[in-house]
Design a protein around this ligand. Structure first.
Ligand code: NDP
Length: 289
């Protein structure tokens, strides 16, 4: 039934690796999903930094871990310990999920962008041929931009504070597929062009604060736009509130988190994850319920 059964036991171990890891809510979502799916699996949080990674990976392999999530600061470093990458992970240059293929090889994928795309689907937004603007050029922006291009977005603007990082992302995105990609240096309040269909905040601005929002000209947000934020907490960011006041539809960061975790469960088990249960566990973990 399961895609991964490396040790033949009734249970499997899945890791959640990074630093800091103790307050990471993914484990709560995963444990709730495993229980509902009747999987005798355990999601083990593992504190790891770049120095301790070799020992952590060796330990996980010895203990026959069936998969893992990797988060800050291990998402790039883990690549050198893997046997292969999916196309998305290769294009993004970072891994957030590792699974075992049928030959028991450790394969790295990146489900962040896939999570965002499923959240867009749920919001009834079809990407093909549309115009997107992403604020940010870090890990989340890379994952989202790559998946948008793979899904056929028409044109894509990357707006970032660091010129070098933004331009590098635009250069790397050429490999993802045909798309009209442009870079804009974020030196002053951004005017969102009138033809943008979806505006995405993929920076960390607004994380843990209901008072902060990205520096954009709020009047340039118009009512036919979908405005998305990757910030999970608080989920209803000042950007999203501002967008709604301008008449725009909004999408918060919670669906993306749940769907990226659901995509990981599918890779590990082949099973469809219980989305509603995971969302409830996430909201409880973040203190939203
Ligand atoms: P990175 O550190 O890789 O990137 C951060 C980005 O934010 C960079 O583009 C950085 O610009 C920009 N930025 C930060 N502060 C400012 C500022 N004051 N003004 C302008 N730009 C700024 O982080 P990640 O991409 O990994 O994560 C970004 C956010 O996405 C986090 O808050 C994280 O919680 C969230 N996230 C949500 C997920 C979800 O499933 N909902 C999944 C993954 C991440 P510069 O390059 O100039 O430094």
């Amino acid at each position: 039934m399961y895609r991964t059964k490396p040790n033949g036991f009734m249970y499997e171990l899945i890791g959640g690796v990074g630093q800091p890891i103790a307050e990471n809510p993914t484990g709560l979502m995963m444990e709730a999903a495993f229980q509902e799916l009747n999987l005798q699996w355990r999601y083990q949080l593992i504190e790891a930094n770049l120095e301790t990674m070799p020992a952590v990976i060796e330990g996980m392999k010895s203990l026959n871990f069936a998969g893992a999530n990797f988060t800050v600061p291990t998402k790039v470093d883990v690549i050198k310990h893997l046997d292969g990458l999916t196309k998305a992970a290769e294009l993004i240059g970072a891994v957030n999920t590792v699974y075992l293929d049928d030959g028991g090889r450790w394969i790295g994928d990146n489900t962040d962008g896939q999570g965002f795309m499923r959240a867009l689907e749920r919001a009834n937004f079809a990407v093909s041929g549309k115009s997107a603007l992403i604020l940010g050029a870090g890990g989340a922006a890379r994952a989202i931009a790559t998946e948008l291009i793979l899904a056929g977005v028409g044109d894509l603007a990357i707006v970032n504070r660091s010129r070098e990082r933004g331009q590098q992302l635009c250069t790397d995105l050429v490999k993802a597929g045909p798309c009209n990609v442009r870079f804009e240096h974020w030196a002053h309040d951004v005017r969102v062009p009138g033809d943008v269909d979806v505006l995405i905040n993929a920076t960390s601005i607004g994380l843990g604060s209901s008072q902060e929002m990205p520096a954009i000209i709020k009047e340039s947000i118009h009512s036919s736009m979908l405005v998305c934020d990757v910030i999970p907490n608080p989920p209803d960011t000042l950007l999203l509130k501002t967008a709604r006041a301008q008449g725009a539809a909004t999408m918060n960061g919670l669906d993306m988190i749940v769907f990226q975790a659901a995509a990981a469960i599918k890779l590990w088990s082949g099973l469809d994850a219980p989305i509603a249960t995971m969302r409830t566990a996430l909201e409880k973990g973040l203190g939203l319920r």
